[in-house]
Design a protein around this ligand. Structure first.
Ligand SMILES: NC(=O)C1=CN([C@@H]2O[C@H](COP(=O)(O)OP(=O)(O)OC[C@H]3O[C@@H](n4cnc5c(N)ncnc54)[C@H](OP(=O)(O)O)[C@@H]3O)[C@@H](O)[C@H]2O)C=CC1
Ligand SMILES: CC1=C(/C=C/C(C)=C/C=C/C(C)=C/C=O)C(C)(C)CCC1
Length: 317
């Protein structure tokens, strides 16, 4: 049960990773300002969350079933909340997909959009009308740096996050008129099951339909670089939870919130050359010519790109 002064925060995808850490951090807020409804599609996966939440469970944290891919599940969950009142909706649930385009079935691509794009739309459609009526609320969308700048071999995942960026840019303007805030969180690589699932997936898959050169570039050039990027730039889910808490508590939250100052220069390339040529050629060079030396080029880029761009990230601490 939430007290009248507590904000009701509903988070999707709390069985692991970023959603789990957000739920735990907000439910353990020292001033007890939040009542967190931590949702997941399968309650059998609740143990890790409950263990991490400790005494908050049953006090400032409750659990609910919610599958963002099901209209019925979304409606049932929101109908089950007192007065359907949600102050802060955090759209976190999402899935990755990486690999040569030729080897990915259209059905698999659709399921990424069903979760990452339509999953958010379903949530927003269910919660937004009440927020507009009340003239208050905050919708948060966990997007990605890949929603701002594509990364090779992540074509479909990246497209699903770009779709979300466009959707949110449109909606934010309308919502402002109703005193409802919309904020996007834009993490770079984060050590969660997302990363583990990607590595596992690559081990199991054969990549039928893709030519041997493409499979070679994917497995022997892209993947080692990606693992390297995770190792050198990876953040923890707690970093992302801290950034998100700051955004929720800001008196004037920003629309886009990059969480990783060390990844910001990569995004800045796009704005330094609106034709897109700089990003395409820089990434090509980093991947195919520098390979293991990519570290150095990332460092150089940090020095070359202007400090004000670098500092446009929400510091997690
Ligand atoms: N990790 C990273 O490097 C980055 C991640 N992100 C984004 O962060 C978000 C969270 O990912 P992260 O914590 O890293 O990954 P995890 O795989 O650890 O967590 C994803 C969560 O989403 C849930 N989920 C998947 N499908 C559904 C569904 N249909 N309905 C409800 N929940 C679902 C999963 O539940 P289940 O256990 O049932 O599968 C899980 O709880 C995603 O939107 C992702 O795109 C953004 C940038 C970087
Ligand atoms: C390989 C490669 C890159 C890899 C970036 C990666 C691997 C980013 C991962 C982001 C994630 C995991 C986002 C999740 O939503 C760069 C730096 C663009 C430079 C060019 C070559």
């Amino acid at each position: 049960m939430s007290s009248p002064v507590q904000k009701v925060v509903l988070i999707t995808g709390c069985s692991s990773g970023i959603g789990l850490r957000m739920a735990v951090m907000l439910a353990n807020d020292e001033q007890k300002r939040y009542h967190v409804i931590a949702t997941m599609r399968d309650l059998k996966r609740k143990d890790k969350l409950l263990e991490a939440a400790g005494e908050a469970y049953g006090k400032t944290l409750s659990l609910a079933v919610l599958d963002v891919c099901s209209d019925d599940s979304v409606k049932q969950c929101i109908d089950g909340i007192k007065d359907r009142h949600v102050d802060v909706l955090i759209n976190n649930a999402g899935i990755g997909l990486v690999g040569p385009l030729e080897s990915i079935r259209v059905e698999e691509m659709k399921s990424v959009f069903e979760t990452n794009f339509f999953g958010v739309i379903r949530m927003v459609k269910e919660v937004m009308p009440d927020m507009k009526r009340r003239r208050g609320g905050h919708i948060i969308v966990v997007s990605s740096v890949m929603g701002l700048q594509g990364v090779v071999f992540n074509d479909i995942y990246s497209a699903s996050k770009f779709a979300m960026e466009g959707f949110c840019e449109c909606l934010a303007v309308q919502l402002l008129k109703f005193n409802v805030t919309l904020s996007m969180i834009e993490p770079g690589p984060v050590h969660t099951e997302f990363e583990a699932k990607m590595i596992q997936d690559v081990r199991e898959k054969e990549y039928p339909g893709a030519d041997p050169d493409t499979v070679h570039y994917f497995k022997n050039v892209y993947l080692p670089s990606s693992v390297d990027i995770f190792e050198t730039l990876g953040q923890t889910p707690d970093d992302i939870a801290r950034c998100t808490k700051k955004v929720i508590e800001a008196s004037n939250p920003r629309f886009r919130n990059l969480t990783n100052p060390r990844y910001t220069p990569i995004i800045a390339l796009k704005y330094a050359d609106e034709t897109g040529g700089l990003s395409v050629h820089a990434f090509y060079h980093m991947l195919f010519n520098l390979g293991p030396l990519m570290h150095i080029s990332m460092k150089a880029m940090r020095y070359m790109t202007c400090g004000c761009l670098r500092n446009r990230a929400v510091a997690p601490t």
